[in-house]
Ligand binder design. Sequence first.
Ligand code: OTU
Length: 679
Amino acid sequence: MSPHAIFDRLLQSLVAQLPSDQHVLITLRFQKQAPVLIDKLRTLYGNKFDNEAGFIDWLEKMLRVTGRLIVDRPLALRALDVQRSGSREWFSSQDTLGYCAYVDRFAGDLRGVTARIPHLKKLGVTYLHLLPFLKARQGDNDGGFAVADFDAIEPKLGTMEDLQELTAQLRSSGISLCSDFILNHVADDHPWASAAKRGDPVYRDYFYHYPDRTQPEIFEASLGQVFPQVAPGNFSFVPEMRQWVWTTFYPYQWDLNYTNPAVFADMATALLQLANRGVEVFRLDSTAFLWKREASNCMNQPEAHWILQALRCIVDIAAPGVLLKAEAIVPTAELPAYLGSQDHTVKECHLAYHSSLMAASWVALAEQDTDLLRAVIQATPVLPEQASWLTYVRCHDDIGWNVLRPEASSGTQDVQQRLSYVSRFFAGEEASFARGASFQASDPDAVHGTVGMASALAGLVSASTSLEQEYALRRILLLYGLTLCFGGMPLIYMGDEFAQLNDDDYRLQAGHEYDSRWLHRPLWNTELEMTAHDVSTIAGTMFRSLSHLLQQRRSLPQLAAHQSRRLLTGVPPEVLAFARGADDEALLYMANFSDQTITLDLVSCVTQAGLKTEHCLWRNQLDQSVHGDTLNLLPWSQVWLARATDTLHKKTQDIDTQTLSPDNAGKPEQCSTTNGVIA
Ligand code: OTU
C-alpha cells in the first residue's frame, strides 16, 4: 500500500464518526501528526504483526477509538483546544503557578477541594496537581500510585461526577487540573492483572513475566532499585501465575509491557478518556522506565521516548489543549530529551520536572557553595519551543541525590563522600540546621535520599532563636525564589506556604509506617491557615513573604519561561546570580547561599554578564531599595534587580540615600535587603 493510501485509510477511520463540521479541523491536525505518529508506531510495533496490513489494521482500530473520543469531547474542552493549540503562553508566562497536594490530606475528598479554591486564588495558582485520585488498589497502594481502574475515582475521594464538577469549577477560576497518569505500571488487582493471574494469555502479555529467575537475573545485573529496603529487587513471584513478574517499584505495581501494541493503545485511550473528564495536564509518572533492555538500567531508552512522542501526537490530534508533564528523575543530561528536540522537529512532553536543579539547590544550602548548582544550570540547555521546566522546591517524593552524580564528580571531591555528606546533613547529622531523615539506599555505603518538609530541611525545627527562625524562613524563600526566577512553571508543595513542619505521626498509620516519604505528607492544618494573616506567627510571615515573591513575579515579564537566562560566573562561590530577559529590561536574580553577608561589586557583575552599564542603578523588586556600585547580600538573602533608570531621572527624592551612599559597603545592616521576609 502506498503511503498516500495508508494515510487516506487512517484518516477515514479517524473522521468517519465525526460530525461534518469537525472534519476540516481534525483532518488538518491529523495531517500534521500522521507522519511522526505512523513512523514511531511502525518502529515500535511494525514487527509485532504478520505483515504491514496487520499493522495498518491495528492503527485503524486505534484511530477509530480516538475518533469516538473526539466525538465525546465536551464543547468547553474543545474550545480550550482551539484557544491553546500552537501557543505556549498559557503555560509559560510569568503568571503561571502550580500547587501540589494529596486530595484527602488537602481537603478530604474531591468535593472538599472546591472549598480550597479561594486559598489557591489568593496565592495566584493557575494549575493544581492533585496526587493520584483514581481508583487505587485495595490495601497498600503507594499513595494511589497503584491504579486499579483508570476510568474510576477512588471511592473514598468521590465519583467521576465529582471530578467533572471540580474540573469545571477550577477552570472557571482559571485553574487547570493536573492528574497523575501512571503509565509505567498498574496495581496487581487491576482487571488486566487479575485476568493475567487467571491465566488469560491476552492479558499475560500486558506484563513482563518469566517462568524462573534466569531472565530476571540477567536484567538484575544492570538494574538499579527504587525501594531497596522495603521492595528489594525488580521482579516478584506471583503464585497464581507461577511466574516472576516485572515490578520496578512495589511488588503490587506491575510494570506494563510496552512491547505489546495493545498496551500502548489501551493506555492512550485511558488518557484521552480522562482528558474528556476535564483533566488538562497529565503528570506522566515514571516515564524513564517505560522500556526494558538487557545490559542497561532500563531507564531513558530511545523507545521510551518514541512511546511518549506517539502519545503526544495522539493528544495533539484529539485534545491539543492538554499538557503532558514528564516525571523522569534522571541526571540533567537525560532530561532535555523528554521535552523533544531543540529545533522542535521532535515533540515530546510540554513540561519536565527539573529534579537536578531542585536537588542542587538544597546541596547549595548544605555546602554554602553554589558550585554544583551552577554546574547544573550550565548543563541545562535552552528550552525548546513549546516546552517549559517544572521548577520546584519539594514534592511528595524523597530528594534523590544520585541524579547529581555527573555534576558532583567534576570537582576534586569524591562524589560518594560529597553526596553522602549532603544526605547526612539533611538527616540532621553533621551539626546541621536540618531535621529531615534518610530515605532508603540500596546498600549501607550508597547515598541515601532525603525526606522531610522544606521547613524542617531548612532549619525551622532546630531553630531556637528568632534569628535562626528568620534564617530558616529565608532559606525556604531563597529556594522558592530560585524556582520563581529560573524560567519554568513553579510548583508550591502543600504546606510550604505556611512553613508547615514534618508529620512524625506517619509511623502510627498502617500502610505508611514503612515508607518514610509520609514524613512530608502532612494533613492540611487549619490552625496554620487561620494564622496566615498574622505576621507575628511563623506561618503568617511565611505566607506573606511567599505571597510577596509570587506577586512580584507576576509583574515581571522577564521571568516568563521562554525569556533568556545568563549565568553570572564572576561572583563569589556562595552566590548564585543570573540575568533573565533582554539586555535593556534584564532582571538579575542574586542569592546568597551562606550565613555570611557578601558584598558584591555590582558594576563588574553587570559588565561580566554583558549587560549595558551606563545607568548603574538597580532597584530590588522585592523591597524597592536602590543600589549603585555595590550590593550587600545578607545571609541567605536574595534580590531581584531591575534597572532603576526612571527612578534616577524622575523620582530622585524617593531614593533611600543610605542605599545610594558610595561608602556603605562596610555597613551591611544599613543597605541590605530584607530578602523578601517582610514581617
Ligand atoms: C514516582 O516516583 C512517584 O512520584 C512515586 O510517588 C511513586 O512511588 C513511584 O513513581 C511509583 O509510581 O522513580 O521517576 O521515591 O522518586 O519512585 C519515577 C522515589 C520514580 C521516587 C520514584 C519516582
